[in-house]
Unconditional design. Structure first.
Length: 199
């Protein structure tokens, strides 16, 4: 299973991106709110879920493992395919969706294109108990948007110090998970500690 990709964004398309990983271009479908934040030439580290069908292999990408886990939980619901699962995640941050499910708020779920009231109620019933709560109440997408520039700067600094781009991106993601509100200097220090621990 392809669980994570790190590389340069080659192109941004309506519902996804093409990422260059070691000379190979991977098309990855991502939530709509993430598409708007990506630009060709930028560096991207993304957690992925590989969906295998008889006639295709499709990659779906997410900002962190929590979002990917929610995607997988949504796909376990009968009648919810990967595209609808991505549409739900495009509308709700993971913790927002947890609140919708916990409160039984089917009306809010109908904001997602293609979901009517009956389908919304069925999805909520089937998701009950399947969405494990994250250890953080901070929306992952908000972290990603607020810290993209900082993360890119730290990644480039690590590459300048001799680390590979893949190692640098992984270290920065780990640093962001540990210190989501950290400054560039704090994230760089945390990333270096992470890289040092792997030697």
């Amino acid at each position: 299973m392809i669980a994570h990709l790190a590389g340069e964004v080659l192109s941004v398309q309506p519902h996804g991106v093409v990422i260059d990983v070691g000379g190979m271009g991977f098309f990855v479908t991502v939530p709509d709110r993430e598409v708007s934040t990506l630009t060709p030439g930028s560096r991207l580290g993304i957690f992925t879920s590989l969906v295998v069908r008889e006639d295709s292999l499709s990659l779906f990408g997410f900002v962190d493992e929590d979002e990917r886990d929610v995607f997988d939980a949504l796909r376990s619901v009968s009648g919810v395919g990967p595209k609808l699962a991505v549409a739900i995640i495009s509308t709700f941050e993971p913790n927002e969706l947890r609140r919708v499910v916990d409160s039984g708020d089917a009306l809010s779920l109908t904001r997602v294109p293609g979901i009517g009231k009956k389908n919304a109620q069925r999805i909520i019933v089937n998701l009950d108990g399947k969405l494990a709560h994250s250890t953080s109440d901070t929306p992952s997408g908000a972290i990603r948007s607020a810290h993209r520039a900082v993360a890119d700067d730290v990644t480039q600094a690590l590459v300048g110090l001799g680390w590979s781009e893949q190692d640098a991106l992984g270290a920065v993601q780990s640093a962001l998970n540990a210190r989501p509100e950290g400054s560039s200097a704090e994230l760089l220090k945390a990333a270096l500690q992470f890289l040092g621990s792997r030697r």
